[in-house]
Design a protein around this ligand. Structure first.
Ligand SMILES: NC(=O)C1=CN([C@@H]2O[C@H](COP(=O)(O)OP(=O)(O)OC[C@H]3O[C@@H](n4cnc5c(N)ncnc54)[C@H](O)[C@@H]3O)[C@@H](O)[C@H]2O)[C@@H](O)CC1
Ligand SMILES: [K+]
Length: 477
């Protein structure tokens, strides 16, 4: 599990550690990790042309000391000081190591950036607010126009660190080097998309529990409900799936494909006779009609045939339930729904919350949290990064998606798969986050050679699961 902490938590942990260490130690640790990461990124140091964009705080200090270390190893380092309050000792250290530092005019920033092999963004870090100054933005634009890669120090300057929001122009990094722990902007879009790969440098911080986490491959191994010797088809989990309509029969076929690719032992399909025939033609192992189930997945492609009374009844029943697509229409703010997982995309969540879709997309974490609290459900907000929020305030973010997943029916596969995990006994939080991870991993396999359909994604879930459950090479569990 990767963890992301808030700025307040990081500052407190830094203060605790700094009190025990000689002054400047933490910055030296950060700068050393940053310099190594820049060297590794470039593949060489001697003769490399490095331009540092330096703001007024310690983020610029990190950049300056990393520049000093690179200059000592033969890099040609120029620091563009964007504030007259730039870290003094850092500037002196860089200059003593042979680097140059000065205002944009003094160092000829346009020519230097245009000719650089890498630009280091030390404009602002965790002390930054969105809304960079025009002078800073102008230097960033030169780098972008000349396609010079940008390594961001801690985070791309201009993003909102604790929310992942990007209300104003910001740096688009090629690589981000962060310190001590991940920050929320590294996980949550749109800011996460501005980070590039994120490299974490350990500086020895001791941190409290994190408000936001992100599953990794090893977590799938720990959480996936692998059948045991004594398991039978009932104990593995039976899912009831209510999806599809005469209007959208395909949604039922796709959602059942997703469900069967999950861990359940049996799938019961509930829907119109003709659709049930299509579903059984695609998957003869499906049982049509109601019966005992351990969880329900309701909603994909119900269209106008949504039976609101019936769905409410299932929601109020004891079994956990997943609500997707048209099924979301029955959700209200009354009742205890803590065992309900909803899987809206931004448009559906915007309708539930009565706000514009663009607002949900811009403030994904905030709206996922708000809906979880308001409707007392676990919310899985689909998107390039998927945010899963519980009513008690836990958040997980899935960052392994591929843009190829933006295809019709992919949401139906996800609903079936997450429903399957719910029926196998996972909590809504685990079912949502494990399902989203496997779904994205399957999409990566399906789209390895180009575009893939939702059915092809469903067809790769088993392989993705098998690969992820392997404890070591060649030893499937
Ligand atoms: N404190 C420490 O010992 C450590 C700090 N670290 C680095 O220090 C950074 C935090 O340093 P600071 O607390 O000095 O904060 P920043 O370097 O993020 O800068 C804050 C300064 O920028 C100004 N500012 C805020 N928003 C701005 C904007 N939009 N445009 C221009 N100026 C803006 C503020 O007024 C403040 O003076 C971390 O991100 C990390 O890079 C690391 O070296 C780890 C150890
Ligand atoms: K930065």
């Amino acid at each position: 599990m990767r963890h992301a902490h808030t700025v307040e938590q990081v500052r407190a942990a830094e203060a605790d550690l700094m009190a025990k260490l000689p002054e400047g130690t933490l910055m030296q640790r950060a700068a050393t990790g940053l310099a190594v990461a820049i060297s590794n990124f470039l593949g060489y140091t001697y003769g490399a042309r490095v331009v540092l964009l330096v703001g007024s705080g310690d983020n610029g200090g990190d950049a300056l000391y990393a520049g000093q270390k690179l200059a000592r190893r033969g890099a040609e380092v120029t620091a563009v000081l964007l504030s007259d309050k730039a870290h003094r000792a850092g500037v002196a250290a860089l200059v003593a190591a042979g680097g140059r530092a000065g205002s944009p005019e003094e160092v000829g920033s346009v020519a230097a950036i245009a000719a650089a092999d890498v630009v280091v963004d030390g404009i602002v870090g965790i002390g930054g607010r969105p809304g960079l100054k025009p002078e800073a933005l102008a230097t960033v634009k030169v780098a972008t126009d000349h396609q010079v890669p940008i390594v961001a120090v801690d985070m791309p300057s201009g993003v909102d660190v604790d929310t992942g929001e990007t209300p104003a122009e910001h740096v688009q990094a090629t690589l981000t080097v962060t310190f001590g722990t991940h920050k929320i902007c590294h996980f949550v879009d749109p800011a996460a998309a501005a980070c590039g790969p994120v490299h974490l440098v350990d500086i020895g911080l001791e941190l409290p529990p994190a408000p936001v986490a992100s599953l990794q491959a090893a977590d799938i191994r720990d959480l996936y409900p692998v059948p045991r010797g004594e398991s039978d088809k009932y104990s593995r989990g039976v899912l009831g799936l209510m999806a599809g309509s005469s209007q959208y029969p395909g949604a039922a076929v796709i959602a059942t494909s997703g469900a069967l690719a999950g861990p359940i032992g049996m799938l019961r399909y509930v829907g119109p006779g003709k659709v049930a025939d299509a579903v059984r033609a695609a998957h003869p192992e499906i049982v049509a009609g109601e019966g005992r189930v351990q969880a329900w997945a309701i909603g994909s492609g119900l269209g106008d045939e949504l039976d609101i009374g019936k769905v409410r009844e299932l929601l109020d029943a004891e079994e956990p339930a997943l609500l997707d697509a048209d099924g979301l229409k029955v959700l209200d703010e009354s009742g205890d729904h803590t065992d309900v997982l909803i899987t809206p995309h931004a448009g559906e969540l915007s309708r539930l919350l009565g706000v514009e879709r663009g607002v949900v997309e811009a403030e994904r974490l905030r709206h996922a949290r708000e809906a979880a609290e308001r409707f007392d459900v676990t919310v899985l907000l689909k998107g390039s990064t998927t945010v899963i929020a519980t009513p008690d305030g836990q958040v997980r973010v899935n960052t392994n998606a591929t843009a190829w997943l933006a295809t019709a029916g992919a949401g139906d596969v996800l609903a079936g798969l997450c429903g399957s995990l719910l029926a196998a006994g996972l909590t809504p939080l685990d079912a949502g986050s494990v399902g989203a991870y496997l779904h994205a991993a399957a999409a990566r396999l399906a789209a390895a050679d180009g575009p893939a359909t939702a059915m092809q994604v469903a067809g790769k879930v088993a392989e993705a699961t098998r690969l992820l459950l392997r404890r070591d090479h060649g030893d499937p569990r």
